[in-house]
Design a protein around this ligand. Sequence first.
Ligand code: FCB
Length: 495
Amino acid sequence: MTASETRPLTAAAPSRARKFPSGFMWGTATAAYQVEGAACVDGRTPSIWDTFAHTPGKVFEGHTGDVAVDHYRRYREDVRLMSELGLDSYRFSVSWSRVQPTGRGPAAQKGLDFYRRLVDELLTAGIEPALTLYHWDLPQELEDAGGWPERATAERFAEYAALLAGALGDRVERWTTLNEPWCSAFLGYGSGVHAPGRTDPVAALRAAHHLNLGHGLAVQALRAALPSGGRLAVSLNLHEVRPLTASDADREAARRIDAVGNRIWLGPMLEGGYPEDLFADTARLTDWSFVQDGDEAAIGQRLDWLGVNYYTPTVVSEVAAGEAKPQEDGHGDSAYSPWPGADDVAFHRAPGERTAMGWPVDPSGLYDLLTRVSARYPDLPLVVSENGAAYEDVVGPDGSVEDPERIAYVHAHLKAVHRAIADGADVRGYFLWSLLDNFEWAYGYAKRFGAVHVDYETLERTPKASARWYAGVARTGELPSAGREKPARRPREIR
Ligand code: FCB
């Protein structure tokens, strides 16, 4: 008989509060095109996302980031909100075409001044800036010159990194090169559901390589220019790939998706080169001759931490020729696949609870991902650089938003992070996506991920219940056992 079996039924339940290690960093994240607005102000030129959003049929109901949530003008209020929530860090991205309008050459002073003001405001509030150089908004001029499928874009990216390091390096220590290059390459140039909307698998693979190269060259440029050398990282949406069944065929499908989803980045960035099986899987499409001698060494720069973005696992199976192929990979509808070399792979969504994006809620995927990645790269601290959920928020008559599903989602995922740390994963921080409701790419403003509600008419900000809940976690460094694991009933819609 075990101790728990002998415990009297009336005994108080042991405290289930989970304490995070001291110094664990609590933050929120946004991205320039999703929040800034001010698209044509102070010399900013269009990025591929401006062009894409202004192309009819590309974004839900023709929404654009022209105004977004006007963070460009309201950043002081937004920093105050973060400060009131007691957050340690703010992960934001820089709009390349705001600080270097042609994607090359001299900087736009007013654009740089905005980021200086933002960073100063953060530092004054005691919030650490975590700057992402590239969150998908390539200057349109560079796309017109060929975009990421062309090598020159990687070189331009390194120059842009050096320019920003010169301008902000005295006040920003924590830098991320790219956010989710998988999306840039494969949704942008493969399935076409993201800007620039191209649907060419070879261009997508070329883009992947030049994003990798841009990352490596940018890390070199940052190391050279930053006074302290910086604390440098990349943020990857690593896919937690699960075979639908234990069959050899489904395991083979998982291997392929792991290659083109994960190891295409981790290989050259952290393991010295591209995996051979990726070359074999894509041999029908390209011989990869765009990878030049020395490129893999240039990509494999030492990093100080790795950003892991996680929302839901990826469940795959192999389909036999002629069989109907489920394609529910959660990355939007397109006749074109974002998975080059994996035509015989089908994607499935797990049964059960889903967010408003239709993404299954499965925190075990985050646990598995963090423990696996940390075991493979034990010297590389991890930070969850994005995690969060969209739900159909309802504004109450008094303007408040009760969002128990979001609290439950974040609670369950933080529990997974805590368990991963307890089991040895070196995880140093967590950034909730997102601080504010914002422009959710091809879904426009239809999907709300914010801890803070934004009224899109007035741009008024109102912290949701989840913001207050998250502030409590950040303040105490402790995950309360009281966080509701199951969504409470939502309030009736007010008409
Ligand atoms: C990630 C993106 C981020 C946001 C979330 C929901 O893939 O990096 O900008 O759209 O998804």
